[in-house]
Design a protein around this ligand. Structure first.
Ligand code: AP5
Length: 224
């Protein structure tokens, strides 16, 4: 094994995107967010975007066949050949099995699934206060991680907006979908000895330090 193929799992708003952005600065591997890819497709009004939008706006998962095709195409690109960080994929057992199949055909495998664990009440607080930049998708929180200038991204100066699916009723639906369809992945990866649990309730810098410590151990164990 000579590469780090990491999966980030966790409820909506657990901080997967926040941590992936930080980890990308530490590790020289691409960060692949299926949520970001879908939002880009919605913005471009592509055929996939048009199909996905109604599921996303309702807080439901986009059908597995569409997601698996999109993920497969992304992971075939040159930059993902020496490792990747996946945020938001896989999200169902079918997707996890499809990912294993994609990788095993290339004599690759998942190195670890990092679970960022956060209770529902904290998810609701985080998502209701989240703001994202229109251009680069950088994340902020009105209370926990405010931008330097009100409603303007520190990184690229674009306006900060609230995501359509961060409305209270959609947040509750996304949480229910997570418990029903994504939580089974915890045992799936635990049974394979690949699960690493992180307490996501600490501040973002502490969560980052904890994940880095987990990665350092993995690198030592896997010799990467
Ligand atoms: P996606 O974009 O993946 O959304 P999600 O999983 O619901 O996750 P979020 O992006 O909402 O949260 P996050 O964990 O990244 O948290 P963040 O870092 O932003 O998916 C959107 C939709 O696309 C899905 O609902 C589905 O329809 C579809 N989709 C995507 N992938 C799919 C798939 N594989 N299959 C089917 N459908 C799919 O942090 C949240 C907030 O908290 C921010 O404001 C942040 O500043 C703040 N924060 C972060 N960390 C901390 C901390 N430690 N303390 C305090 N605040 C914090």
């Amino acid at each position: 094994m000579s590469e780090l193929n990491l999966i980030l799992i966790g409820p909506p708003g657990a901080g997967k995107g926040t941590q992936a952005e930080r980890l990308q600065r530490d590790l020289d591997v691409p960060f692949v967010s299926t949520g970001e890819m879908l939002r880009a497709n919605v913005k471009q009004e592509s055929a996939l975007g048009k199909q996905a939008k109604r599921y996303m706006d309702a807080g439901d998962l986009v059908p597995d066949d569409l997601i698996v095709k999109m993920a497969r195409e992304r992971l075939q690109l040159e930059d993902a050949q020496d490792g990747f960080i996946l945020d938001g994929f896989p999200r169902t057992l079918e997707q996890a099995e499809a990912l294993d199949e994609m990788l095993s055909g290339l004599t690759r495998r998942v190195t670890a699934a990092v679970l960022i664990d956060v209770p529902d009440a904290e998810v609701e607080r985080r998502l209701s206060g989240r703001r994202v930049c229109e251009k680069g998708g950088h994340n902020y929180h009105v209370e926990f991680d405010p931008p330097k200038r009100d409603s303007v991204c520190d990184e690229d100066g674009s306006p900060l907006v609230q995501r359509e699916d961060d409305k209270p009723e959609v947040i509750r639906r996304r949480l229910a979908v997570y418990h029903e369809q994504t939580e089974p992945l915890i045992s799936f990866y635990d049974d394979k000895g690949l699960l690493r649990r992180i307490d996501g309730t600490h501040d973002a810098a502490d969560v980052h330090d904890h994940i880095r410590a987990v990665i350092a151990t993995l690198r030592h164990e896997e010799n990467v």
